[in-house]
Every structure is written in structure tokens, then in C-alpha cells.
Design a protein around this ligand. Structure first.
Ligand code: SAH
Ligand code: SF4
Length: 344
């Protein structure tokens, strides 16, 4: 595998980019279309498999691009059908992604960074801080490797793996555009969800895109005192600023925002807290998604089942729309917050 950081990723190019690259190499434009059909139509990124290209052009593509740069190094399966893929990147770093089948649909959970700079105290992904950003091409390769493994494209994509995507804004948005443009992968933006730890400048910028992607904001607490125990500075934004940014997102993107809430025993799981959360969600027309804490090696604990149920019931009775995330993939440590990069 090539380890040069300057080499671009074939998977990071648009249809137009492929055409332009071909013409810069003195190739006819239809060669770009042919490659685009392999990538976007069939999910094939390896030039050696592009059988309608001349051998010399296949070799040229191989020499100039990572195609691909990443590979699946390991698969861990859970009894519930969830599969976690350890993806080795061109430079020896790694990320994880998760394939989550249900009766009706297949969801991929994708990573956006190697490690995470936010370092929420209950999350394994951020333990070592940020190592590096993924490029758009590497994010697309995750999508393609997952599709290859599943034998089909996903119905839904959630950016809830490793990393704070809005702190890797340009590459994430480039990947989102490729995934959702009719000329490229053509997924509906309504089937793609970006999750953020509440990075306000990123949310505001994302709103300005005015595209119908779903936004999930990891709020975890309806008040600043509790929130600041969970997310360290400088990325712990005030609840009021986060909610104002959420309103802006709803107005400009035209999508209801989801508030994610990791339930932690004795920290944010009381009934008065549930009431405050419901009031906040209602006044900002947001949905609530409760994620009972999944074990990682932190000091936190998951609340007992009856506490989780009482919390959810209270939020609902107070008039907010609430769902509790069913734990998937816990045996293979593929559940929320358990994904990590592998130490080399
Ligand atoms: N960085 C983004 C997306 C990845 S984390 C974000 O923070 O939103 C996806 C979700 O998993 C977030 O809501 C996060 O708070 C939650 N999470 C992290 N660690 C967890 C854990 N140990 N148990 C349960 N949920 C966790
Ligand atoms: Fe990063 Fe999200 Fe984990 Fe926080 S919860 S450390 S933002 S991946």
C-alpha cells in the first residue's frame, strides 16, 4: 500500500473531477464517465477491475491514486447481526465502522476522524485525542467497504462512529455531497445523519448548506453545570448556544433536530432532569434519543433499567418525542462510544 500522504484518493473524486482528470491526462472524456460508472454504479474502486479501460490507463490510475487506500483488517460479529469492521488506513492508522441490519433496513455507522479531539469523558473514541482527520475519499471508502461486506448499499448512514465530523468539516461535507448527489451515489440526504458533540460553529456552518441532512446533537444534559462534567473545554458549548444553533439548523435545513442523550447513572438520569430535557426539546421542536451508557473503561455506569424507563416515560409525558436506542453490537464492543482506533 502506498504510504505517501500527498497521493489523492480515487474515491474522493466526483464524476466531473474524474472527467477533468482524464482530460488533463489527454484522455477522452468518456473514460472519466466509465470510471465514474464503476465507482458510483458498481462500487468498484480498484482500477484492475475496470475491464473496459485499456491496461495502460488502469496502471496509470493505480500509480496516481490510492485506489483503494483502506482495507478491512478484521470483522467482529455480534449475535444480533451487527458487524464491526476494523479498517486499516493507508498509513497504518485505523478506524472502525459498524453495519447494523434490522428487519426493515441496513444502517452503516461511519467514522470521520482517527481518534477524537473532543474527548468526552464517557467515550472510548476520544481517549487518545485526535490523531488525524479522514479525507473525503477515506470516508467514501468506508461506505464502499461496508457495501462490499454487506453485498448491498445501506438504506441509512449515520456519522456516529469515531470522531467529531464537524471538526473535519470540509472533508465530511465533500463526502456528504458525493453520497447524496444524483450524479454520484445518489442517496437521499434524509437518510444521512450527522452527529455532533454540540460544536456550535460547525452546526451554524452546516445549517448554511441548506441541505436536508439529519442533524443529531449530543446534548447529554439540559444544564451547563452537568454538561461541563461530561465534555471538557474547549469543546463544551453552553446549552443555550447549542439550542440556538439547533433552531437555525431546523430553519435552514428544514429538518427536525434530534437531541442525543447518553444516560449516566447518578449524573443526568433524575426525574427533574428528564422534565428539563423535555421542556427544552419541546420548545425547540426537537426529538430526544436516549442512549443508555455502554461500558468503556471510565468511571461511569449505566442506570438500572427501571431508571431508564422512568426517565423515558417522564420525557414523553412532558410532551416530547422520545426513543431509547436499543443496544446493538455490545458483545463485539461495536456499540456507541465503544469504537476505538487500534493501537499499532
Ligand atoms: N462525535 C459525535 C459522533 C460520534 S459519538 C458525537 O459525539 O455526537 C455517537 C454518540 O455516541 C454520541 O451521542 C455519543 O455521546 C455517544 N456515546 C459516546 N460514548 C458512549 C458510551 N460509552 N455509551 C453510550 N453512548 C456513548
Ligand atoms: Fe468524540 Fe463523540 Fe466520543 Fe465525544 S462522544 S469523544 S465527540 S466521538
Amino acid at each position: 500500500m502506498k504510504s505517501d500522504r500527498k497521493i489523492p484518493f480515487l474515491a474522493g473524486l466526483s464524476r466531473r473531477g474524474l472527467r477533468e482528470w482524464m482530460s488533463s491526462e489527454g484522455q477522452p472524456g468518456y473514460r472519466g464517465e466509465q470510471v465514474a460508472d464503476w465507482i458510483f454504479g458498481r462500487g468498484v474502486i480498484q482500477p484492475e477491475q475496470m475491464t473496459n479501460l485499456p491496461a495502460s490507463l488502469r496502471l496509470l490510475l493505480q500509480a496516481r491514486f490510492h485506489a483503494p487506500g483502506s482495507s478491512v483488517a478484521e470483522v467482529s460479529s455480534s449475535e444480533d447481526g451487527t458487524e464491526k469492521l476494523l479498517i486499516e488506513l493507508f498509513d497504518g492508522e485505523s478506524v472502525e465502522m459498524v453495519l447494523i441490519p434490522s428487519e426493515e433496513r441496513l444502517t452503516f455507522c461511519l467514522s470521520t476522524q482517527v481518534g477524537c479531539p473532543v474527548q468526552c469523558r464517557f467515550c472510548a473514541s476520544g481517549r487518545d485525542g485526535l490523531v488525524r482527520n479522514l479525507s473525503a475519499g477515506e470516508i467514501i471508502e468506508e461506505f464502499l467497504l461496508g457495501s462490499e461486506r454487506a453485498g448491498r448499499r445501506p438504506d441509512n448512514l449515520v456519522f456516529m462512529g469515531i470522531g467529531e465530523g464537524l471538526l473535519n468539516y470540509n472533508e465530511l461535507v465533500k463526502a456528504l455531497v458525493l453520497l447524496s448527489s444524483p450524479d454520484e451515489f445518489g442517496m437521499s440526504p434524509r437518510r444521512i445523519t450527522v452527529s455532533t458533540s454540540g460544536y456550535v460553529p460547525g452546526i451554524l456552518k452546516f445549517a448554511e448548506l441548506e441541505r436536508e441532512f439529519n442533524l443529531a446533537i449530543s446534548l447529554h444534559a439540559p444544564d451547563d453545570a452537568t454538561r461541563s462534567k461530561l465534555i471538557p473545554p474547549p469543546f463544551c458549548y453552553p446549552v443555550a448556544e447549542i439550542m440556538a444553533a439547533a433552531d437555525r439548523y431546523r430553519e435552514l435545513a428544514g429538518r427536525m433536530v434530534t437531541l442525543e442523550y447518553t444516560l449516566l447513572k447518578g449524573v443526568n438520569d433524575s426525574i427533574p432532569t428528564a422534565r428539563k430535557l423535555a421542556a427544552l426539546a419541546r420548545s425547540h421542536h426537537a426529538k430526544v434519543n436516549l442512549i443508555p451508557y455502554n461500558a468503556t473503561d471510565t468511571e461511569f455506569q449505566r442506570p438500572e433499567r427501571r431508571v431508564i424507563e422512568a426517565f423515558a416515560r417522564t420525557v414523553e409525558e412532558e410532551g416530547a418525542h422520545v426513543t431509547v436506542r436499543v443496544e446493538r453490537g455490545a458483545e463485539s464492543t461495536a456499540a456507541c462510544g465503544q469504537l476505538r482506533r487500534q493501537e499499532g
